[in-house]
Design a binder for this molecule. Structure first.
Ligand code: IP8
Length: 244
């Protein structure tokens, strides 16, 4: 089974609230429709939908909110984006179905995420393509906090013993100091100079956090740009290969 994370900034206009990048989403949906869809889980990020609403309510991965209105607002924005993604996939005959993390996942007081996956595994067995999204989740002692698509992808890959994970980002991979794609990473120290100290907290969900999370995972992973989506889905490992 393969997990594909579609970055929120790949499929939305990052600088305009609640605005889809329809052409980019069409291209991504074309690549998914052309792929062998057996055992594919898609996860998408928040882009200008989730992040706009989360920041308006002061909610992040660590800053919580106990305001039900904030929960409904952020979760609602992500459900709207999820519906756009599903609609474009349905237009192309992809049997995509929604999975909303807010209703399934939670964090304990240490922030550790628990995401049940029985429903996702059963959807796969039944021939569906589950489509999850970054969301808010109940967080012990915090109300709700944001869960990113990256975290959900890593959690799914671990619990469902995925064969491969792909992070489709706006850049063609991890870039070195000369903006060339680093072909593979198996140790954080190899890229610490360009990505920053491995101990630094990654509050932005940036490249450093992606690389660290993927290195900690047994599953082979790739970080690549939208042009390489088809290559990843056809079994190649484009962009930067990350294997811990
Ligand atoms: O774009 C964040 O998901 P991400 C989702 O994968 C929200 O970090 C609600 C901001």
């Amino acid at each position: 089974m393969n997990v594909l994370k579609l970055g929120g900034s790949v499929i939305t206009e990052k600088d305009r609230a609640d605005t889809l990048d329809g052409e980019a989403l069409d291209r991504a949906a074309d690549a998914i429709a052309d792929a062998d869809l057996a055992d594919l889980v898609v996860v998408h990020g928040g882009g200008s939908f989730g992040h706009h609403h989360a920041s308006q309510h002061g909610v992040s991965k660590t800053e919580g909110s106990s305001d039900a209105g904030a929960v409904v607002d952020v979760h609602g924005a992500m459900k709207t984006l999820n519906e756009f993604v599903l609609a474009r996939l349905h237009d192309r005959g992809v049997p995509a179905v929604p999975v909303h993390p807010f209703s399934a996942a939670h964090r304990d007081a240490d922030g550790t995420l628990t995401l049940p996956t029985g429903q996702v595994a059963t959807m796969l067995d039944e021939g569906f393509v589950p489509v999850l999204h970054g969301d808010v989740v109940a967080h012990a002692g915090e109300g709700v906090t944001v869960v990113s698509g990256d975290e959900l992808s890593v959690s799914l890959a671990r619990r469902l013993d995925a064969d491969r994970v792909g992070f489709c980002s706006t850049v063609p991979g991890v870039l070195d100091a000369n903006d060339a794609v680093v072909p593979s990473i198996d140790d954080y120290d190899e890229v610490a100079d360009v990505l920053g100290d491995s101990d630094a907290t990654d509050v932005t969900g940036g490249m450093a956090g992606k690389v660290r999370a993927l290195l900690a995972l047994e599953t082979p992973a790739a970080i690549f740009g939208p042009d390489d989506l088809g290559a990843f889905l056809s079994g190649e490992s484009p962009g930067t290969r990350v294997e811990g």
